[in-house]
Design a protein around this ligand. Structure first.
Ligand SMILES: C[S@@+](CC[C@H](N)C(=O)[O-])C[C@H]1O[C@@H](n2cnc3c(N)ncnc32)[C@H](O)[C@@H]1O
Length: 222
């Protein structure tokens, strides 16, 4: 596995809850370093902002100030029944508020110099908005216009195979030649069943497999 020694990330991980596969870090650095200049990036699935802040960290290191849009509705699988969180006295609504507040605080603290644009939307909805080129008010209160080609997509929302296929189709529609797509939890070992779809993408002649680290990083070739 390709790994990056970085003195900041351990400190980020101590304070910022989340799920960031160690191998993804190399992929993020590679994508940010080599993506087409100045195009926006998209993150699907932000949770408490760990990967958002990691992407911003590698932007800073690589001298990139490309816009970063995030799609998340912070509605978590298993929260549908509306009851308490497990055996606690905390409701799912309170849990969601807490996670969203953590996201806001974490990105304000760690990425205040390069704030992302988090859009309150599931990925399907996000790409509808992106396609329409509409102006939206993001979760941090900034007014931003969506749309256009993208340089890097970090796909870490729902890992259901059907959703992953739709996310890929939407990313493909907007990813510029030379742009990158990284699929979290897509490794052969991951329990979500995305691996066969990753092999399909790898077999396409318009994508090259950059790394299986162990998640899949692709580069669009044309
Ligand atoms: C695995 S977590 C993301 C972890 C995050 N990237 C990190 O670094 O810690 C998955 C997130 O995706 C969000 N999510 C689930 N389905 C989604 C969808 N269809 N579109 C966008 N976000 C989704 C959830 O609300 C949750 O915050």
């Amino acid at each position: 596995m390709k790994l990056i020694e970085d003195s900041f990330l351990p400190w980020l991980r101590f304070a910022n809850a989340g799920m960031l596969e160690r191998g993804n870090v190399w992929c993020i650095d590679h994508a940010v370093k080599h993506m087409p200049e100045s195009l926006p990036m998209i993150e699907i699935g932000s949770f408490c902002g760990l990967s958002t802040n990691a992407i911003r960290h590698f932007c800073r290191i690589n001298g990139r100030d490309n816009a970063l849009f995030c799609a998340d509705k912070w509605i978590f699988e298993g929260a549908e029944d509306g009851g308490p969180v497990g055996s606690s006295t905390i409701s799912h609504e309170q849990y969601r508020d807490f996670v969203m507040e953590s996201f806001r605080r974490n990105v304000a603290f760690f990425s205040g110099d390069l704030p992302p644009h988090p859009v309150l939307a599931f990925s399907d909805e996000f790409f509808e908005l992106w396609r329409s080129g509409i102006e939206v008010v993001d979760v941090l209160g900034a007014t931003v216009r969506l749309g256009g080609p993208i340089g890097f997509a970090y796909v870490d929302g729902s890992h259901q195979p059907d959703q992953c296929r739709r996310d890929f189709a939407n990313v493909h529609e907007f990813l510029a030649p030379g742009g990158f797509a990284l699929f979290d939890d897509s490794s052969r070992q991951a329990p979500f069943g995305l691996y066969p779809f990753m092999l399909e993408i790898a077999a396409r002649d318009d994508y090259e497999l950059v790394a299986e680290n162990p998640n899949f990083l692709f580069r669009k070739t044309r």
